[in-house]
Design a protein around this ligand. Structure first.
Ligand code: SF4
Length: 445
């Protein structure tokens, strides 16, 4: 679509939270009268929404920006670049000098002002979009959508730069979240995935008794008329209250998929990380969850090579993950992040030791994860269709089921049958490979 105001190219790096932020900026710009560009040659301005969680992510963000600048220099169109998100939030003051290729920098907290920034960069005058009260700005087209329920983090884990980049924890009001979920369902979404840095403590910064458990019940009510699903990610161990466990167990729309990043299990390492717990407490938590929510799947995150981690402590984490048989585990090598407490700690682990420990954990979690996936063969499940792909063997439907978080885990591949994106179909799972499932649609009576 041609636009009198110009076309904007959107490039998003990093996690699902950044996808949500880009989506909001896109919606604001479209509401103001801009259009979306297909590529750099087509664009009047480019927005690069960056990630700075790790040094490697920062490098990737800067490289993507410089590549775009080179492409722009070779092209015929003038396409100023606007860098948004975590890199400007973390390195704001130093950036104009270091990246003269960039026309403007927008910190994560200032992204709602994107229309004014683009207008300034293009040298045009644009009225801010007039929105109905409570209008939810999303442009999601698929069958699943991430919904942010909070921003920032108060935990200040010693290795993590997020609290410095994204600020202190603040919850989004429940009414706003529920209105956004309803609007997404109305436009064809069938699963909402609630995200934040620390979802379990949602509402703790509000007056009154507002909890994630109560929010889940309200969100479930909003998706119920559409037979939709609700998934919640990034629950810290301390956030798993009895009330929350009961809400997940007793609310049919809320999937029994629990994501608790533990990072480590050793009491000494957790303490050094600024976290809490020990192997006994963590085993007890997972045993309680398995007991209260039979058949649920568990996802976690483990970190190898935190400063001072001994061989014995690395083994402790390995043994813990092996004993818990998590369905999904993301493994990270510790990264020495500028400005964090851990970066200044003595006893940084040698890079080759860190990588060896990381690879050993990756081998383990793949073995556990592939085997956990294979155990679902033979089950009959509901699948949300996410896409239709042309393959050498014909058309394949791609979807996901309750134990697969979109963009995180595997998918269900269906080689025959007809369905459209957003349909919820019944599927027999007949085979698996790695984290992927193969299924056939069941003809229902
Ligand atoms: S809870 Fe997560 S986001 Fe918050 S400081 Fe720790 S690792 Fe970072």
């Amino acid at each position: 679509m041609d636009s009198p105001l110009g076309k904007i190219l959107f490039i998003t790096l990093g996690c699902a939270k950044n996808e949500v932020d880009t989506d909001r900026m896109r919606a604001l710009l479209l509401a103001a009268g801009f259009a979306e560009a297909d590529g750099v040659d087509d664009a009047d301005a480019a927005i690069v929404n960056t990630c700075s969680f790790l040094a490697s992510a920062t490098e990737e963000s800067v490289e993507a920006t410089l590549e775009l600048a080179e492409g722009r220099a070779e092209g015929v169109r003038s396409c100023p670049i606007i860098m948004c998100g975590c890199v400007p939030s973390r390195y704001g003051d130093d950036l104009p000098e270091q990246l003269p290729e960039v026309a403007a920098f927008v910190k994560a907290d200032d992204e709602d002002g994107i229309v004014g920034v683009v207008a300034d960069v293009l040298g045009i005058s644009v009225a801010a979009p007039v929105l109905d009260a409570g209008a939810m700005l999303r442009t999601v087209q698929g069958a699943s959508a991430f919904v942010k329920i909070s921003e920032g983090c108060d935990r200040f884990c010693a290795f993590c730069a997020i609290p410095y980049i994204r600020g202190r924890y603040h919850s989004r009001p429940a009414d706003e979240i529920v209105a956004e979920v309803s609007a997404l369902m109305e436009q064809g979404v069938r699963e909402v995935i609630l995200i934040g840095q620390d979802t379990g403590i949602w509402g703790s910064d509000f007056e009154g008794d507002q909890t994630l458990a109560k929010l889940l019940v309200r969100v479930a009510e909003a998706v119920r008329p559409y037979s939709g699903w609700v998934r919640v990610l990034y629950l810290q161990p301390e956030g798993m209250t009895d009330e929350l466990i009961a809400a997940i167990r007793d609310t049919p729309e809320v999937l029994p998929y629990i994501d608790i990043p533990i990072q480590h299990c050793s009491e000494r390492v957790l303490k050094a990380m600024g976290r809490s717990g020990d192997p006994e407490q963590l085993h007890a938590l997972f045993a309680r969850l398995r007991d209260e929510i039979p058949g649920m799947v568990l996802r976690t995150t483990g970190m190898a090579g935190f400063p001072g981690e001994t061989d014995e402590e690395a083994d402790e984490l390995y043994d813990f993950i092996e004993a818990e048989e998590f369905d999904y585990t993301s493994v990270f090598a510790y990264s020495q992040e500028e400005g964090t407490r851990a970066a200044a700690m003595p006893d940084q682990v040698d890079e080759d030791v860190k990588l060896e420990r990381t690879q050993r954990l990756i081998d383990l979690v793949e073995e556990l994860g592939f085997s956990a996936t294979a155990k679902h063969v033979g089950e009959r499940v509901k699948v949300i269709i996410d896409g239709v792909e042309e393959t050498d063997d014909g058309v394949e439907l791609i979807g996901h089921t309750w134990f697969q978080a979109p963009d995180c885990d595997g998918a269900v591949h269906i080689q025959s049958g007809e369905a459209a994106v957003g349909d919820i179909v019944t599927v027999d799972l007949v085979d698996s490979f790695c984290y992927e499932m193969v299924g056939t649609i069941v003809e229902e009576a």
